[in-house]
Design a protein around this ligand. Structure first.
Ligand code: ADP
Ligand code: TRP
Length: 321
C-alpha cells in the first residue's frame, strides 16, 4: 500500500504542525510504502521570492528529517525534481471541468480575500491531482482543509480511466482527527498566520520569553482553579510532558497554591526537553547539507522510477505514444 502526502515549504514550522501533521506522517511510515514530497511548485502560487523558496524548501527538509522522517523507510523528495508532474498536469487538466475548479476552496478563499488569482492558483488542484496520480498512491493523509482536493483527484482519475481506459489508481483521502488542533499562545488555533506560534526549532531565550509571556487571568497563586483543564499551559503541557506529570500539574493548579509563573516554567522545561533530540538531530543535519541534498536526490531518483512508468502508461492510453 502506498501512502503519499505533500508538504508546502511555508517557513518556520511550529508545534501545531508537529502534532497535527509531522507526527502522524512519521507514525504512518510503519504502515506502508511512504512517499513524502516538498511541494515547491505549489508554493509558487503564493510566494514569488526565489531566495525564500530555496531557503524554506531546505528548512522544511531539515525539519522533517530531524523530526523522524526516515529516508531508509520512505521516499522523500522535492516536487520540482520530478518535472513529469507538470506533464501529467496537462494530461489530466484537459479532462478537468472548469466548474470543478471554480468550486475549489483554495481558489475561492483567496479570491474572496481580494487576492487577484493567477492561472497557477486556479490550476492548483490539477497539479495536486497529478502529484497523487503520478505515484499510484492508495492513501493520501491530509488535514480536513485538503479533503476537497483529494476528492477532485478521485473525480479526475475516474474520468481519465473512463475516457482512456484503466490507467490510474483511485486514491482515498485519510483525514486526520480534528481534535488534534493545537491551540496557539493566544488561545486561537496555532497558525503562522496569527503570529501565535511556538516554533519547534528556535533560540532558547526567545522561546522562553514567548512562553513566560502567555497571558493568564488575574487569580492569585493561592486560589484554587477548578477550570484547570481549560488552562492553555496545561493543554500544551499535555502534549509535551509525560501524562502523569501533566496530570499532576493540572491537579496542583486545581487545588490552589500553585501559580501561573511556575506552571509556565514547567511548560518551557518540558517543551525544551521534548524537542531536544530533534534539535540535536537538526543541528547535525544542518552542518551536513551535502548529506541532506543527497537524501533529496536519492528520493527524487526513487520517485522518478515510479513516475516514469505511470506517465508512460498515461501517454500510451491517451494516444500520445
Ligand atoms: P499554518 O496554519 O501555520 O499556516 P499550514 O496550513 O501550513 O499551517 O499547515 C501545515 C500542516 O499542519 C497541515 O497539515 C495542518 O493541518 C497542520 N496544522 C497547522 N496548524 C495546526 C494546529 N494548530 N493544530 C494541528 N495541526 C495543525
Ligand atoms: N496542498 C497541500 C497543502 O497545502 C500540499 C500538497 C500538494 C499535497 N500536493 C499534495 C498534499 C498531494 C497531499 C497530496 O497542505
Amino acid at each position: 500500500m502506498r501512502i503519499l502526502t505533500g508538504i508546502q515549504p511555508s517557513g518556520q514550522l511550529h508545534i501545531g504542525n508537529y502534532f497535527g501533521a509531522i507526527k502522524p506522517a512519521v507514525d504512518l511510515q510503519t504502515r506502508g510504502d511512504g512517499f513524502y514530497f516538498i511541494a515547491d511548485y505549489h508554493s509558487m502560487t503564493t510566494l514569488t521570492d526565489a531566495a525564500r523558496r530555496r531557503q524554506n524548501t531546505l528548512d522544511v527538509a531539515l525539519d522533517w528529517l530531524a523530526c523522524g522522517l526516515d529516508p531508509a523507510k520512505s521516499v522523500i523528495w522535492r516536487q520540482s525534481d520530478v518535472p513529469e508532474v507538470c506533464e501529467l498536469m496537462w494530461l489530466v487538466g484537459t479532462l478537468t471541468p472548469m466548474g470543478l475548479l471554480e468550486r475549489a476552496h483554495s481558489y475561492k478563499d483567496k479570491t474572496a480575500k481580494g487576492i487577484s488569482p493567477n492561472f497557477g492558483l486556479f490550476a492548483y488542484p490539477v497539479l495536486m491531482a497529478a502529484d497523487i496520480l503520478l505515484y499510484d498512491a492508495n492513501i493520501v493523509p491530509v488535514g480536513r482543509d485538503q479533503k476537497q482536493h483529494v476528492e477532485m483527484t478521485r473525480d479526475i482519475a475516474i474520468k481519465f480511466n473512463h475516457t482512456y481506459g484503466d490507467t490510474f489508481v483511485i486514491p482515498e483521502p485519510e483525514i486526520r482527527d480534528e481534535s488534534a488542533v493545537v491551540p496557539g499562545l493566544d488561545g486561537q488555533k496555532m497558525s503562522k498566520s496569527y503570529d501565535n506560534t511556538l516554533p519547534i526549532f528556535g533560540e532558547e531565550k526567545a522561546l522562553r520569553k514567548k512562553i513566560m509571556g502567555i497571558l493568564m487571568d488575574s487569580r492569585t497563586p493561592a486560589e484554587p482553579k477548578p477550570d484547570a483543564d481549560k488552562n492553555l499551559a496545561v493543554q500544551l503541557l499535555k502534549l509535551v510532558a509525560p501524562a502523569d506529570l501533566a496530570a499532576d500539574y493540572e491537579n496542583r493548579l486545581r487545588a490552589g497554591g500553585f501559580g501561573y509563573g511556575d506552571l509556565k516554567k514547567a511548560l518551557f522545561e518540558h517543551y525544551w526537553t521534548f524537542f531536544a533530540p530533534y534539535r540535536a538531530r537538526r543541528a547535525e543535519l544542518g552542518a551536513n547539507l551535502d548529506h541532506v541534498n543527497a537524501i533529496l536526490k536519492e528520493g527524487a531518483d526513487r520517485a522518478r522510477a515510479t513516475a516514469s512508468q505511470v506517465i508512460a502508461r498515461a501517454k500510451k492510453a491517451s494516444g500520445l505514444r
